[in-house]
Ligand binder design. Structure first.
Ligand SMILES: [Zn+2]
Length: 471
């Protein structure tokens, strides 16, 4: 047997098992998993003794090269995917935005152009629908045929991104038929807009009012409404960036009733809180994203939700804007601060550290949350999201003992601050492999722009059959 790469002596961890095994890779795929595989015909041998061998991370929520509020997110598909790789993420699903009067196809083509020659890891797209007259409903089927098998809808940002309930319901009915997944930004945008206008009228313009004008009740109400609309349509539902216990309760109730409702949270809601909005001056603009930071007690509730499978996925909602010149656009008015924060690089370490190293959940649950369930829900499994014969050789050699203090001084994202500045994590990727090629080793980068592939995804409707398990 011949291997391009042979990983020996490592501890392999999947969503279900942890075991000692060698892994043979050939032509970008895992071709054998076994004990004491022959080393004679391996072009390269990686000794993973004392290390974990994990499936590459999958981040299903990123915004690279995205126009927002008169500026553009600071990482493009080159710098963003490079930073992702440094952190052990080998697949992203970004968002192609359809603007008013545009076809969904135009959105897809536009974002393909941004990514194609730049991405260094594999990528796929959700399609954001902001304008859905009946004449366009059929375009959803065309996108599914292209492998864009999920759609993001907004219940927030009226007049910009928000869809009305009738359009949301129609989109859910379409997805019930074509097997796609609807991803929902769940906040009651109409009520929030009233609160925001009242705050501005009272001269409340500082960054912390971004958080104080978006109550958890507005998030919970929208989650509850989205669940009801999906239930009536007979469609699955995925809630993006869930941030609060109030909203989590709505997801838990839906899941307890057996509905195919899923939700993700993001590291910022697990590590940061409203207290970070009290930093002096304009500093707290660094934490202006939506949904906003919540009271600190919500953090442990979200960790518990991850442990008990009320929350199914951890993504980043990576949407970086530099403090200088970009966040500063809102110096005198919090509504003009571009919404978003940088996180694509640190998800794996933050969740391993807070989840596994701190004893909140198992190593296998960590793999499930960061790779396997994202792959299953979004039609990438078992090509991505696990260590198995026939899967893509997206592999992370992970050092569970290595400590690292996160800082803008050392991170690889193209942004001038870190949301997690000064936080020390336990557990870091040593070697990151994408389809058999080493991207990162010893803090050096070996990938190249354009080497990432666009991933045509199966539908959610197909995945339970492929995966052979319930979600
Ligand atoms: Zn987002």
């Amino acid at each position: 047997m011949r291997f391009d790469t042979l990983i020996v002596n490592g501890t392999v961890a999947t969503a279900s098992d942890t075991f000692q095994a060698d892994i043979g890779i050939e032509h970008g795929k895992i071709i054998v998993i076994g004990k004491s595989l022959p080393k004679d015909n391996a072009a390269k041998i990686i000794d993973a003794a004392g290390k974990l061998v994990l499936p590459g991370g999958i981040d299903v929520h990123t915004h690279l090269d995205m126009p927002f509020g008169g500026t553009t997110s600071a990482d493009d598909f080159e710098t963003g995917t490079r930073a992702a790789a440094f952190g052990g993420t080998t697949t992203i699903i970004d968002f192609a935005i359809q603007y008013k009067d545009q076809s969904l196809r135009t959105a897809f083509d536009t974002w393909m152009q941004k990514a194609e020659s730049r991405a260094m890891i594999d990528y796929a797209f959700h399609c954001i629908i902001t304008d859905l007259p009946d004449a366009r409903l059929d375009e959803m089927n065309a996108m599914v045929r292209e492998g864009v098998t999920s759609f993001k809808l907004f219940m927030a940002y009226p007049g910009v991104l928000m869809l009305d309930d009738a359009s949301i319901f129609k989109a859910l009915q379409m997805s019930a038929k074509n097997g796609a997944m609807v991803c929902m930004h769940a906040e009651n945008g109409s009520a929030i807009d009233v609160i925001v206008k009242q705050a501005l009228a009272q001269g409340k313009t500082a960054p912390k009012y971004h958080a104080l004008t978006r109550p958890t009740t507005a998030e919970a109400e929208a989650v509850g409404r989205a669940v009801a609309l999906a239930e009536m349509a007979g469609a699955p539902l995925y809630i993006v960036h869930l941030s609060s216990f109030d909203a989590l309760e709505k997801v838990r109730e839906a899941r307890d009733r057996g509905l195919p409702v899923y939700a993700e949270t993001c590291p910022q809601y697990l590590y940061l809180s409203l207290e970070d909005m009290d930093k002096p001056g304009f500093e707290s603009a660094k934490y202006v994203f939506t949904p906003p930071l919540r009271e600190k007690w919500n953090q442990e509730k979200l960790w518990t939700g991850l442990k008990h499978d009320q929350l199914s996925v951890v993504s980043t909602d990576h949407c970086p804007f530099c403090f200088k010149e970009q966040k500063e656009l809102g110096k005198d008015d919090f509504t003009k601060i571009p919404n978003g924060g940088p996180g694509i690089e640190h998800r794996m370490s933050l969740i391993y550290s807070g989840g596994v190293a701190d004893g909140r959940f198992s190593l296998n649950r960590f793999v499930e949350l960061t790779a396997t369930t994202p792959a299953k829900l979004f039609g990438l499994y078992p090509k991505k999201g696990t260590i198995a014969v026939g899967s893509d050789a997206d592999v992370v050699i992970f050092d569970t003992k290595r400590k690292h203090t996160i800082s803008a001084e050392t991170h690889h994202m193209r942004v001038d601050y870190s949301m997690f500045e000064g936080i020390t994590v336990t557990g870091m990727p040593d070697i990151v492999i994408s389809r058999g090629k080493i991207l990162v080793e010893n803090n050096s980068f070996f990938g190249k722009a354009g080497s990432g592939n666009f991933l045509k995804r199966s539908t959610y409707g197909d995945v339970p059959k492929v995966a052979g398990v319930g979600l």
